[in-house]
Ligand binder design. Structure first.
Ligand SMILES: Cc1ncc(COP(=O)(O)O)c(C=O)c1O
Length: 391
């Protein structure tokens, strides 16, 4: 029997019921409903007619939710959100004639640019700090300065900070100049409006475990059909070839490779619940209320947010790390987790911070309970000075 070199730090105690799990105050995976969890209690065959009908239903529902018309297609890609991002960039961005402008104000913009570089695709960036939204004028100026740009990639909610970028205005200036507009709406789709046709968005990417409140397992690209058709043979990859994935789904209703059946069935249920609860408007309103209550409670303790209320979206909130020498994020995290709330570390480049997600099956009562737990933990850690650490 081979010996492990290190002893595992955490003892795995076997399957646990949800009652023993913390609320996930993170940007996904997130806390899901009972109905979504229950939907995963059956094993589906990926070739079954019923399963294929369910996949078709998901694809059509997503197009509907994104305000698409008959000119758009939905391609589901196995894997997390980054898989669909790489599939979209590698299938749709120019290889030689043309260039992609990536608008960067956080880690996810940086990652998109890094993928294009890795693929050897022409790319330029418009870089802002992670607490600053790019303006449409700045994007217009970048497009005027470099006429070789043909595609624009922009993030809707930059989850690094939670900031909401003005994608409608950015899409307009890009479209006025004849560019292809591609949006990473990973953490916002389903909670913030994104009418693709009305807002001139050609391509949009999101995933199963965000605001629709499904579980991780797949991501999807909504895309103009003519762009998909034109992308034949352009992908760098067999697995991430959007055109091939799409034609496979269209021809047989099946995936080319094993699909995450449970995640798809759960997502179908999540979409049903999303509609029953009032769609995008109601989902956005619940998350906004979560965010409002959390921020009020945190600020009343003395925490400061990175962003103003106008800049911050309802998805995730960034709080600046207090300067009190007794504050230690790892201890704070573990103590909160022990009280039933999992939060998220910071990802900013310049300011020490941590994040609390306000999406998933959570309401303002959960946010209040989380705030009570935070008060309790601060007391236990003897943290009294919540003035932020300097940048
Ligand atoms: C805006 C944005 N883009 C991309 C990603 C990457 O998604 P994944 O971690 O599922 O690959 C995330 C993840 O949170 C995100 O918020």
């Amino acid at each position: 029997m081979p010996q492990l070199k290190t002893t595992p730090q955490v003892q795995f105690t076997g399957p646990r019921g949800q009652e023993h799990m913390p609320y996930l105050l993170t940007p996904g995976p997130l806390t899901t409903s009972q109905g979504v969890k229950q939907a995963m209690l059956a094993d589906w065959g990926s070739r079954d007619i019923e399963f294929r009908a369910l996949v078709k239903d998901i694809r059509l529902s997503l197009l509907d939710l994104a305000g698409c018309d008959a000119s758009h297609e939905c391609v589901i890609v196995q894997g997390s959100g980054t898989f669909a991002i790489e599939a979209a960039l590698g299938s749709l961005c120019p290889v030689a004639h043309g260039k992609t402008l990536v608008v960067v104000n956080g880690a996810y913009g940086e990652r998109a640019a890094a993928i294009l570089k890795k693929l050897g695709r022409p790319v330029v960036t418009l870089v802002k700090s992670d607490s600053e939204a790019p303006t449409a004028d700045e994007v217009a100026a970048a497009l005027e300065a470099d006429k070789a740009i043909t595609h624009v990639w922009v993030i809707h909610c930059e989850t690094t900070s939670g900031i909401i970028n003005p994608i409608q205005a950015i899409a307009k200036v890009a479209k006025d100049r004849g560019k292809i507009v591609m949006v990473d709406a990973m953490s916002s789709f389903g909670a913030l409006p994104l009418p693709m046709v009305d807002w001139n968005i050609d391509v949009m990417v999101s995933s199963s475990n965000k605001c629709i409140e499904g579980v991780p397992g797949f991501s999807y690209v909504l895309c103009r059909r003519d762009l998909l058709i034109g992308s034949k043979g352009q992908s760098h990859s067999v697995v991430l070839d959007l055109h091939e994935q799409w034609t496979g789904l269209e021809k047989t209703g099946q995936f080319r490779f094993t699909p995450p059946t449970h995640a798809l069935v759960a997502f179908h249920q999540a979409l049903k619940e999303h509609a029953q609860q009032g769609g995008v408007a109601a989902r956005g309103a619940r998350y906004r209320r979560n965010a409002q209550v959390l921020i009020e409670q945190m600020c009343s303790m003395g925490f400061e947010t990175l962003l103003s209320d106008e800049e911050a979206g309802p998805i995730i909130q960034t709080f600046l790390t207090p300067r009190d020498p007794n504050f230690d994020f790892e201890k704070f995290y573990e103590a909160l987790r022990g009280r039933g709330f999992a939060i998220y570390p910071g990802k900013l480049t310049r300011r020490p911070s941590f994040r609390i997600g306000t999406i998933g099956q959570l309401d303002e009562n959960v946010m209040r309970r989380a705030a009570d737990a935070i008060r309790d933990v601060l007391k236990e850690m003897n943290v009294t000075d919540l003035t932020p650490l300097p940048a």
